[in-house]
Design a protein around this ligand. Structure first.
Ligand code: C2G
Length: 133
């Protein structure tokens, strides 16, 4: 069984996230998503709208996702890859090159991001809409 892993905050789930999850899952037979905890989001200077628990429930309902575990630090990736017998590490190409140190342990693939959508854009568009009401 070819096992794939990916990481993220996955807040306000949108088509860019789904495109990434679908392509990642299609690279193997099993997809493990390591989901940023609320505390780790603070380290990433991100404030998610949904709590970790809610983001986990939402991700677990996505057909491409087999398991969701928490991401607490930048430094857990090697252990995650080794402990879960991962074959392929996947991230969107906004991270291109950032995780090449994992090539010692598994294949590393950066997939093209989906243009024109992001959680930040959703928040900004909604903010503008409210201001124009
Ligand atoms: N993504 C994408 N297209 C978009 C938006 C996001 O392909 N339009 C991808 C990102 O490249 C990432 C995944 O969806 O692979 C999740 O995106 P975020 O939730 O923004 O994740 P991020 O904050 O980049 O977390 O340790 C790694 C970090 O936890 C990555």
């Amino acid at each position: 069984m070819k096992k794939v892993i990916t990481y993220g905050t996955y807040d306000l789930l949108h088509v860019g996230h789904i495109n990434l999850l679908r392509r990642a899952r299609e690279l193997g037979d099993y997809l493990l998503v390591v989901l940023s905890s609320d505390e780790f989001n603070a380290i990433k200077h991100k404030t998610a709208y949904h709590s970790y628990e809610d983001r986990k429930i939402i991700l677990e309902s996505v057909r491409y996702v087999d398991k969701v575990i928490p991401e607490y630090t930048w430094d857990q990736k090697i252990k995650d890859v080794v402990d879960n017998d991962i074959d392929i590490f996947v991230m969107g190409d906004d991270w291109k090159g950032q995780f090449d140190f994992l090539k010692e342990y598994c294949e590393v693939i950066y997939l093209p991001r989906t243009e024109g959508i992001s959680t930040t854009k959703i928040k900004e568009d909604l903010q503008l809409g409210m201001q124009n009401e």
